[in-house]
Ligand binder design. Structure first.
Ligand SMILES: [Zn+2]
Length: 367
């Protein structure tokens, strides 16, 4: 089923309300829908003005909504190995193709038990309902693979990523039970350098790792064996996005609704004021010139230690201002490599009256 005029031949078409604009695809992004059927997905997408290029039923039947040479609104707030001119979302939405598999993710209440696989969200050990994931049926994966093959043949696709790889915040899909490695193996050209997450695992537990450690050494001045869990985080950004041009409120609200933000779910932590003080000294010592700390969390909790001695992380924020994006990027790099910070969830940016950039980092801290 070759691609002609941007359409995979031989698959059904489906019209969505959202209309894209011209693009030249270089990235393939895989999603799940959190619906059981394409009909349900189409309703949800139209209600929210979102879109994917391809929707695949659990039995493998596929629908295409537009030519691949038009954008679809699927990545939300996102970024992927972007270089200069990083802007919220722009680097991924433009020039990417979104394939969405009908799958409930970890919302498995409506899924037959036989189709629920293993799964464990490591940032939320107490929520049993989130520890199982719906499996992807072989027929569905087969369709996805053959469409991906055609896309890779027709366009200069550099990588196949999950939405969880590129999302700054939002849905964690397609999650640990989808094998992105197999799709990436279809691409023979060398992958562009940069951070990459690895989530697929045999038991379905998430094990996100920075696979590109060299970068951490060069930029952080410190060897990082394994940087923990950039879920929903911008930890993979090579540059930090600042001063968004558009109003992000709508995107945030939309992503939050089904995004299952970890900050709400993680219980209190046993981080002490001592841990925080030491971290704060390190932060101050590593501040780039002309960067100032405007504010930081003062409510450090004394919480729970897991039986294995591991700390549960706790929400923590730091707000800094800087004369330019470079200063913000350096602080972001420090935060995502400092051992006190488990992950960066999100950031809010604004331009101050004097032109300085102010960014509030929302993070998970754990000693
Ligand atoms: Zn997605």
């Amino acid at each position: 089923m070759p691609i002609v005029d941007g359409f995979v031949q031989g698959i059904a078409k489906k019209t969505l309300k959202h209309v894209g604009s011209a693009q030249a695809p270089t990235l393939l992004v895989i999603h799940y829908s959190v619906t059981n059927t394409v009909a349900q997905a189409v309703n949800a997408l139209n209600e929210r003005g979102l879109s994917y290029h391809v929707l695949i039923e659990k039995d493998g039947k596929a629908f295409q909504t537009r030519p691949f040479t038009q954008t679809a609104l699927h990545p939300g707030l996102s970024n992927w190995k972007a270089g200069a001119g990083v802007d919220f979302g722009a680097s991924v939405m433009k020039n990417s193709i979104g394939i969405c598999l009908m799958n409930m993710g970890f919302d498995v209440k409506s899924v037959p038990a036989a189709n629920v696989g293993a799964g464990k969200l490591i940032y939320n050990p107490n929520d049993r309902s989130m520890q199982r994931w719906e499996t992807f049926p072989a027929a569905q994966v087969a369709t996805c693979t053959s469409i991906a093959k055609e896309i890779i043949k027709a366009f200069p696709i550099s990588e196949v990523v999950g939405h969880h790889d590129v999302a700054i915040m939002g849905k964690f899909d397609p999650g640990p039970l989808f094998d992105l490695t197999a799709l990436n193996a279809l691409i023979t050209a060398p992958k562009p350098p940069g951070f990459k997450t690895t989530v697929a695992s045999k038991d379905g537990s998430l094990s996100l790792k920075m696979s590109e450690r060299r970068k951490a050494v060069l930029l952080g001045g410190r060897y990082v064996n394994e940087v923990a869990i950039p879920l929903w985080s911008s930890a993979r950004l090579d540059k930090w996005p600042v001063a968004p041009k558009g109003d992000l409120t709508a995107i945030r609200a939309e992503e939050l609704a089904e995004g299952n933000r970890p900050s709400r779910l993680i219980p209190k932590c046993q981080i002490t004021g001592d841990h925080e003080a030491v971290f704060f000294q390190r932060l101050k010592a590593n501040l780039p010139p002309k960067v100032e700390i405007e504010n930081y969390s003062s409510s450090i909790y004394h919480g729970r230690m897991r039986p294995d001695g591991v700390c549960d992380p706790t929400p923590y924020t730091v707000t800094v201002s800087a004369p330019d994006a470079d200063g913000i990027a350096k602080v972001a790099y420090f935060l995502r490599t400092d051992p006190f910070i488990r992950q960066i969830d999100s950031q809010e940016s604004q331009v101050l009256w004097d032109g300085r950039l102010m960014v509030k980092f929302r993070m998970m801290a754990a000693p």
